[in-house]
Design a protein around this ligand. Structure first.
Ligand SMILES: [Ca+2]
Ligand SMILES: [Ca+2]
Length: 256
């Protein structure tokens, strides 16, 4: 006869076997906001750019086209951000994607957008921004830019460098011939990096087959209510419902 205390995990096992275990993947997402932001601009067209920190909630980025005879037809405002990615994800994380996200308070239409990305440890300065612009680790350009929210994918190798080195910097320019856009700089809708990852874990793989599956769950259940170091997942010395819940969290993941 099955005692009621052991019936609980057995019912869970039955539910998982019958209906699968949706939502039990180990996928995680983290959102990282910049630690430094600023504009690269000056008061006139066609003169050298200079970086200055700014924590303004929005950045108005305009082009420059101030010469009637096309004598000055230059980019004007650029913006730059720097993120601290040290410890952005756990050590056992396997990153599956990383994106720069930004929003415009209202839809932005522009002829050109450029984005330069650098995985470096320097703080933002005029010199560093110029270096990012001239020698980026990754770069995008998009013509016919139009939207209120935009996502740019960060290359895996660039993100790896940034995670190892600690920092990622992004610089952009929007607009041409006087057009421009307002960009949300701070707040939840401000420019941000979204990293998706999975946790590499072999906890719960009791039979060592590289996956946490129903066989492991059955092993756990067969030890339910017993003292055990081997199958104890939460470290309290015995197997109870907390271990079953942890097992459900791990369930379906693989160790590779
Ligand atoms: Ca297993
Ligand atoms: Ca336990």
């Amino acid at each position: 006869m099955i005692s009621s205390i052991r019936a609980i995990p057995l019912i869970l096992v039955l539910l998982i076997v019958l209906f699968g275990c949706p939502g039990m993947s180990r996928a995680e997402t983290t959102v990282v906001y910049p630690v430094q932001s600023g504009l690269i601009a000056d008061g006139s067209c066609c003169s050298p750019y200079a970086y200055a920190n700014s924590s303004s909630p929005t950045f108005a980025m305009t082009g420059c086209f101030n010469d009637f005879h096309y004598g000055c037809f230059q980019w004007r405002e650029r913006a730059a951000w720097r993120w601290n990615l040290d410890q952005a994800v756990p050590e056992n994380a396997v990153v599956t994607s990383a994106h720069v996200h930004w929003n415009h308070p209202s839809a932005c239409q522009a002829l050109n957008v450029y984005v330069w990305i650098d995985a470096g440890s320097q703080i933002l300065s005029s010199v560093y921004c110029n270096q990012i612009r001239n020698n980026p680790d990754q770069q995008f350009s998009q013509q016919s830019y139009n939207g209120s929210s935009v996502t740019w994918s960060i290359d895996e190798s660039v993100l790896d460098d940034a995670l190892n080195g600690g920092y990622l910097s992004v610089m952009n320019q929007i607009g041409y011939d006087g057009q421009g856009c307002v960009l949300q700089n701070t707040g939840n809708e401000g420019i941000r990096i979204v990293i998706e990852y999975e946790l590499e874990s072999c906890e719960g793989d009791f039979n060592g087959n590289g996956a946490i599956d129903v066989d492991d769950l059955l092993v756990l259940v067969s030890n339910y209510g017993l003292l055990s170091e081997q199958y104890d997942l939460d470290g309290n010395g015995f197997i109870n419902v907390n271990d079953v819940l942890l097992m459900l969290d791990y369930f379906g993941s693989s160790c590779e």
